[in-house]
Write a protein that binds this ligand. Structure first.
Ligand code: NAD
Ligand code: WQD
Length: 340
């Protein structure tokens, strides 16, 4: 939307960089911040290329109160999309204080700075992790939430804080987006997931095996009550996740009211189905072995995405074949990620 300026936190990360592309394509002005803990300034440069526009990028931490105040004074914004955060569930179990401080305190500091500068439109990157082990699938937004690890709890705590904030001051228009399993990459092969450290998601793991960077894929459990015994998830193309943020902003600016919505396709795929589709995309075989279940993994987790369609007119457009093909292109063109 012309003449509106959006602050994107975590913009140099996987999802944030794709959101920047979609914002530029929709003619929003973009102010981007990231502390580069898991992001790369190359992602910002490439997002400008993909979105054919300018991103004003500031390496900055959301916990840095004076820096945020000064940024928002120099660059007034109309809304913020808050993607910055630590996201590795297993790491959060061993580092709960770090996750609380970064994800919860960081969000509070950001919200205070926005409040001081008069910004009341906010979109939050939440997660299907807030549903814990779902009692049934597909999962509607009304399903009970139950965080069962510090990462999920950090997301749920921020969701609750946002609800309190709106209760205290109804001028806040807040969109909470619960992502299911973002996957894939920008079709150009320029942007993708470039995790540092101990990330262990399925799609990058399959790509590492296909490229010979890892000898074999471990399948964590084949005795779940699912179609073939392996875990079922709702993989959603990262470009679809990104486009939902533009729809979310349009709604916040138009209707002025908030929402909590699932971002998923509504279709679950098992690990074995994922392997089959990825093998087709990369024309290679992915050897695997069955290992014990990962702790706190659930059997099946997929969204009821009807609310996002009803409220925002948004639905996922890309399928699993696109996700696998795009992820493979990204991985082959950038075998070491951004390698910065
Ligand atoms: P990512 O790690 O690629 O991006 C997050 C970015 O935030 C990184 O670039 C990192 O450097 C930055 N960051 C972290 N702490 C910061 C801080 N204190 N100040 C400034 N920048 C900071 O992760 P992603 O996959 O792009 O995830 C984006 C958001 O979406 C996260 O909040 C994550 O919890 C949420 N989410 C991700 C997934 C997923 O599977 N990728 C699923 C559900 C929700
Ligand atoms: C998918 C399926 C695994 C790797 C995580 C976070 C969640 C959200 C998205 C942030 C499961 C199986 C995986 C492997 C395997 N992130 N698997 N071998 O666990 O659904 O969700 O990422 O919010 O919060 O927990 O995603 O990609 O790790 O796993 O068999 O090497 O693949 O058991 O069934 P998950 P995932």
């Amino acid at each position: 939307m012309a003449n509106k300026t959006i602050l994107v936190t975590g913009a140099a990360g996987y999802i944030g960089s794709h959101i920047c592309v979609e914002l530029l394509a929709a003619k929003y002005c973009v102010i981007a911040i990231d502390n580069l803990a898991n992001g790369s300034s190359a992602a910002i440069r490439r997002a400008q290329q993909c979105g054919q526009g300018e991103i004003r990028f500031y390496p900055m931490d959301i916990r840095d109160r004076p820096a945020l105040d000064s940024l928002l004074q120099t660059h007034p914004v109309d809304a913020a999309i808050h993607c910055a955060g630590l996201k590795i569930m297993s790491e959060s179990v061993t580092q709960p204080l770090r996750y609380f401080e970064n994800n919860v305190s960081g969000s509070a500091t950001l919200l205070q700075a926005l409040e001081r500068s008069g910004v009341r439109n906010f979109v939050f990157s939440s997660s299907a992790a807030v549903y814990g082990a779902p009692a049934s699938v597909p999962i509607p937004e009304s399903a009970p939430v139950s965080a069962n690890n510090p990462y999920s709890r950090s997301k749920l705590t921020v969701e609750q804080l946002l609800a309190d904030l709106h209760d205290a001051d109804p001028r806040w228009a807040i969109g909470v987006l619960r992502y299911f399993n973002p996957a894939g990459a920008h079709p150009s092969g320029l942007l993708g997931d470039s995790p540092r450290g101990m990330a262990s998601n399925l799609m990058p793991a399959m790509a590492r095996v296909a490229l010979g960077q890892q000898p074999m894929l471990s399948i964590f459990g084949d005795d779940y009550p699912t179609i073939d015994g392996t875990g079922v998830r709702d993989y959603i193309h990262v470009a679809d996740v990104a486009s939902a943020h533009v729809a979310a902003l349009d709604h916040l600016f138009g209707a002025g009211s908030g929402f909590t919505l699932n971002l998923g396709t509504g279709r679950g795929y098992s690990v074995l189905e994922m392997i089959k589709t990825f093998e087709l995309a990369c024309a290679r075989t992915i050897p695997y072995r069955i290992e014990p279940r990962r702790s706190s993994d659930s059997a099946a987790c997929y969204a009821d995405p009807a609310q996002a369609l009803a409220l925002l007119g948004w639905q996922a457009r890309k399928g699993l074949a696109d996700m696998c093909a795009d992820h493979w292109r990204w991985h082959t063109q950038n075998p070491d990620g951004y390698a910065e």
